[in-house]
Design a protein around this ligand. Structure first.
Ligand code: COA
Length: 169
């Protein structure tokens, strides 16, 4: 999926990936202030998330080096009513050692291609406003900022703003 031969393969997630996917997410929970969970999740905690992504309209893609998974991107249900059937929400997490080298952009572009393939029209992203890397990566992939939800999050005594972005496919 990338002309660089060292680049990981981007492929759909398998159930056997769930522990690695949980570890990647937990690295962001413990190492950044950019997740919506405050404490690490167990693999069992993550099973409902996994089940919700067995519908082909809500895929999970992984970056696989052959030795390990270095990141994943997913599409989630935005709103469970019929008129929102062509709208989904994106998420993307990389292992810390794989950040800042273009993999996020590669994975997001692959996710948007998959979103087109399964007939989504709009992809939304919600990003805490101090997550400059995520906002920059989404812009590079064609998202634009459509609004800011003021003070909807609360962490360590601080109210957090959430930036809403959208890509129209
Ligand atoms: C956010 C994340 C997915 C971005 O992926 P990445 O591979 O690190 O980003 P890329 O290397 O593809 O960079 C994309 C663009 O963002 C820019 N960028 C990266 N970090 C930045 C920062 N801190 N401030 C501003 N721009 C930044 C890059 O310069 C690049 O633009 P360019 O190619 O024009 O120079 C990744 O860093 C990550 O997993 N972070 C931790 C988890 C997280 O925050 N997930 C998102 C939750 S909403």
């Amino acid at each position: 999926m990338d002309s660089n031969s060292d680049a990981p393969t981007i492929r759909p997630a398998r159930e056997s990936d769930l522990a690695a996917l949980t570890a990647i997410y937990n690295a962001a929970v413990t190492g950044t202030a950019f997740t919506s969970h405050l404490a690490p999740l167990s693999v069992d905690d993550r099973r409902a998330w996994w089940q919700a992504h067995q519908d082909p309209r809500y895929p999970i893609l992984v970056a696989d080096t052959g030795a390990e998974l270095t990141g994943y991107a997913s599409l989630s249900l935005w709103y469970d009513v019929p008129l929102y059937a062509h709208t989904a929400e994106s998420s993307l997490y990389l292992a810390p050692s794989s950040q800042g080298r273009g993999l996020g952009t590669t994975l997001m572009r692959a996710l948007l291609e998959e979103a087109r393939r399964v007939s989504h029209h709009v992809i939304l992203a919600r990003i805490w406003s101090d997550n400059a890397a995520s906002i920059a990566m989404c812009r590079k992939c064609g998202y634009e900022v459509i609004g800011i939800q003021r003070e909807v999050g609360f962490r360590s005594g601080v109210w957090l703003d959430c930036v809403e972005m959208q890509a129209i496919l």
